[in-house]
Ligand binder design. Structure first.
Ligand code: PAZ
Length: 314
């Protein structure tokens, strides 16, 4: 497998068809929030796909339900941030994430009398629905959240760079919270078959190449003044801290939040260039409905504020 350079990646992979629309939305959102001096966070969330065919029937996927990103986006809104929620299409989203499957429909009641039909909320569900609906409406009406979606790793890369171009003007007030699970391997466009692979031709041999590490140009060129936080997912505990440190040393960003697949909902490790410490939920806290994203975001926001203050003192 050879490592292609990031510039070659963009030169040889076309942007998604709706790219210009998304770029305009990003620009409009950032211009408005920059004018009013908001702090802004880019939250990436969900997994990217790697198509095996141009007319994609089959693809390789990266694990992520979007819980981390969607829950964190809600907590960033609580802290007054303008939020760009860049997520995998159909993964969990802020607010609606609270109602999966039939849960939302089960909260509604249908009343039919003659030709007229009305729908009301089951009184037992009002206490659950009202605070979430209130926060959702506030965020939408005050235009504090922008939803942008991706599917493949190529879509993700184009949108990430476009978002960074808009965020650069915020300098230290921009926070990047990169929780998406991005493919490390892919099939380059010129190596991919156009049509659905046929089983009649025998078992295919699929050769994957390394995706260039976009954290390198992101941290050093695209948003050099921003506060950049990346996530690191591992399944082998013995690699967790060393891999996180390696990443910090290589890309010189501010923080890696490390987690293990099986325990990610109640334990993470904050790794900075000089320290590492754990954040975890007790069983009682988890049973009481506390989400680990709440203390994660509170800690990240505190660090970001210190970063802004130290930059303005200089
Ligand atoms: O989306 P989710 O809540 O199911 O999972 C979150 C996560 C494990 C994908 C995230 O915390 C993470 O570690 N993202 C980075 C993955 C990576 O190392 O590429």
């Amino acid at each position: 497998m050879s490592q292609t350079h990031w510039e070659e990646f963009y030169a040889t992979h076309l942007p998604p068809t709706d790219f210009e629309d998304n770029r305009s939305l990003l620009k409009e959102f950032c211009d408005r929030h920059n004018k009013i001096k908001s702090n802004v966070v880019l939250v990436t969330s969900g997994g990217t796909t790697v198509p095996l065919e141009h007319n994609t029937v089959r693809f390789v996927d990266n694990f992520s339900a979007g819980t981390r990103g969607s829950a964190s986006a809600e907590y960033f809104l609580d802290h007054g941030y303008a939020v760009i929620f860049m997520h995998r299409l159909k993964s969990l989203e802020p607010f609606t994430r609270h109602f999966t499957g039939q849960q939302f429909l089960d909260m509604l009641e249908l009343h039919e009398s003659g030709p007229s039909t009305t729908i009301t909320v089951d009184p037992d569900s009002v206490d659950v629905l009202a605070p979430i609906l209130q926060k959702y409406k506030n965020a939408r009406e005050s235009q504090m959240i922008l939803y942008i979606s991706f599917t493949s790793v190529v879509d993700y890369m184009w949108l990430l760079r476009a978002a960074c171009e808009c965020l650069a003007t915020f300098e230290q007030r921009a926070l990047l919270y990169l929780a998406a699970a991005v493919s490390d391997f892919y099939i380059p466009s010129d190596k991919m078959p156009t049509h659905k692979m046929q089983s009649g031709q025998g078992a295919p041999v699929i050769s994957l190449q390394l995706v260039p590490k976009m954290l390198a140009p992101l941290a050093s060129l695209w948003v050099p003044h921003a506060f950049v936080v990346s996530f690191k997912l591992e399944t082998d505990e013995s690699l967790l801290i060393t891999k996180s440190r390696d990443s910090l040393n290589k890309y010189k960003h501010k923080l890696v939040i490390a987690n293990i697949l099986q325990t990610r909902k109640h334990r993470v490790v904050f790794v900075t260039p000089t320290t590492s410490y754990e954040l975890h939920l007790t069983r009682e806290q988890a049973l009481a409905g506390l989400e680990i994203e709440e203390p994660i975001v509170a800690d990240v926001v505190r660090k970001h504020e210190e970063f802004i203050n130290s930059a303005t003192r200089q």
